[in-house]
Design a protein around this ligand. Structure first.
Ligand code: NDP
Length: 437
């Protein structure tokens, strides 16, 4: 059979072109809607008892207004560009990605620790220089929805750029000796709308910058951290006090982000980097959805603060600790096993020569790490306690994301490991939650 580097995609996801269009319009609108429900002048209380469409839409302007908000564009462009420059120049560990279809491995620089250190120093310097006023954080807080809308438009532009660039041949040659770029197996249908949405090129790069990896780790994740901080800062400036619920959500989510930075190289083997193309779906998820929906609890608490008592604090911290313990122990165990450090654990040898672990954490369920991660998400929502179900949106969304991810991974592993995967499924029947699902 003739080897084709970039075969045509024959099966589509998300309902094809119709689904891609619906998601591309619906999800951004939903994100704006969600943030409009948590504003200083109007916020959802209780079980949506003051839900009012007119109030929710209040303040939303015409499309051209956002296109002409040059101050917001400048603010976000500076943020994006400075981070990209730091990503390129800051020192880090040089690593290779997984082997691609042409037999090559792309180089990556893992410099999250240096990046976090520089940002922390910059914030500390600005805090000192501005006597704690930090106008850039106040701007972020005051222009929350405007910045959110600009990130959506930014994601559209970045994904259009990546789609067009995917047709431009490589400067050098790929591993097969041609100038063809490697496309995502799922993003080469030939339909511009679908391929733009799902991502046509597997690893779009601009000079030394890997656009997908950069967007996945920097502008969105770090903006999430800054939005949380801006909420704490705003509340402190307004009241002179530090609210314990707001502080807690900052610490818990900050810890999670920092842990991600410490284990950054793990991203290199994740589906998003190894399999998915970089289109609007990922760009929007990275640049908008992460910062502007993961920060919903902090935003809500800055508008409607509560003081958590010791019992509530213990429940929340306990839930986070349990979730993190499962998440971290399971991921570390799999990683150590794959490095050959745990040979005594039971496993199934696959026809590809690799092994599927079915012992320890990985005998409890096929994705016990997802269960831990979900418990973490629930602990964050609990910081708003019983004020409104709206802030529990994140846990619901994350459960959907993990369920979808699990089914995609199952599909991939079934095709990759065949009979060995079937045997694994018999040995480890639960998919995520032991004894339940
Ligand atoms: P997994 O860590 O479960 O990795 C799945 C891959 O691991 C499979 O494709 C297969 O890859 C290999 N594998 C599966 N089962 C076994 C086994 N029993 N033994 C050995 N190898 C196995 O999933 P993800 O990469 O999706 O997630 C990684 C972490 O990131 C999770 O903890 C998840 O919760 C978290 N995450 C967080 C997100 C967020 O927004 N906060 C978003 C997405 C993920 P192979 O083909 O190489 O064998």
């Amino acid at each position: 059979m003739v080897f084709m580097l970039n075969p045509r995609t024959s099966t589509v996801e998300f309902g094809g072109i119709g689904g891609a269009m619906a998601i591309s319009i619906g999800l951004p609108l939903f994100t704006i809607f969600l943030n409009q429900m948590v504003r200083p002048d109007y916020f959802i209380q209780g079980f949506f008892k003051n839900f009012d469409l007119v109030q929710i839409c209040n303040g939303i302007r015409s499309f051209s207004y956002y296109v002409k908000r040059y101050d917001v564009w400048t603010y976000y462009s500076v943020w994006f560009t400075v981070l990209a420059l730091f990503d390129i120049i800051l020192p880090g560990k040089n690593m290779k990605g997984v082997e691609l279809r042409d037999g090559s491995k792309l180089p990556y620089k893992i410099n999250g620790i240096a990046m976090s250190a520089v940002l922390t120093v910059m914030l500390a310097v600005r805090w000192t220089l501005t006597n704690g006023e930090l106008p850039e954080l106040q701007y972020l807080y005051d222009n929350h929805v405007e910045i959110c809308i600009v990130t959506i438009l930014f994601a559209v532009l970045v994904s259009i750029y990546c789609y067009i660039a995917s047709f431009i041949p490589l400067m050098g040659k790929n591993g097969t000796g041609s100038k063809e770029k490697i496309l995502a197996l799922g993003g080469n249908t030939g339909n511009p709308i679908y391929d733009w949405f799902i991502g046509r090129e597997l690893n779009p790069r601009l000079g030394p910058l890997d656009i997908k990896m950069f967007c996945e780790l920097r502008p969105g994740m770090l903006l999430w951290l800054l939005i949380n901080l801006s909420c704490l800062h705003h509340h402190y400036l307004k009241t002179g006090e530090i609210n314990n619920a707001l502080l807690l959500v900052n610490i818990l989510q900050g810890f999670y982000i920092f842990d991600g930075v410490l284990n950054e190289e793990g991203v290199l083997t994740m589906m998003d980097i190894t399999t998915d193309g970089f289109g609007f779906m990922l760009a929007f998820g990275d640049l908008t959805l992460v910062p502007f929906t993961y920060s919903l609890q902090a935003r809500y608490l800055s508008i409607s603060p509560i003081t958590l008592n010791n019992v509530q604090l213990s429940i929340i911290i306990g839930m986070m600790a349990l979730g993190y313990y499962i998440f971290n122990a399971a991921n570390t165990q799999k990683s150590h096993f794959r490095q050959g450090k745990l040979p005594h654990l039971e496993s199934i040898k696959t026809e590809r020569g690799t092994k599927l672990l079915c012992d320890g954490w990985w005998s409890k369920s096929q994705h016990i790490n997802y269960f831990g991660d979900w418990l973490i998400s629930l602990s964050w929502c609990l910081t708003t306690w019983s004020q409104t179900p709206l802030t529990y949106y994140y846990s619901l969304y994350f459960a959907t994301l993990l369920l979808h991810r699990q089914s995609r991974d199952e599909h991939k592993c079934r095709a990759k490991y065949g009979k060995s995967w079937e045997e694994y499924e018999k040995r480890v029947p639960y998919k995520i939650i032991p004894y339940l699902y």
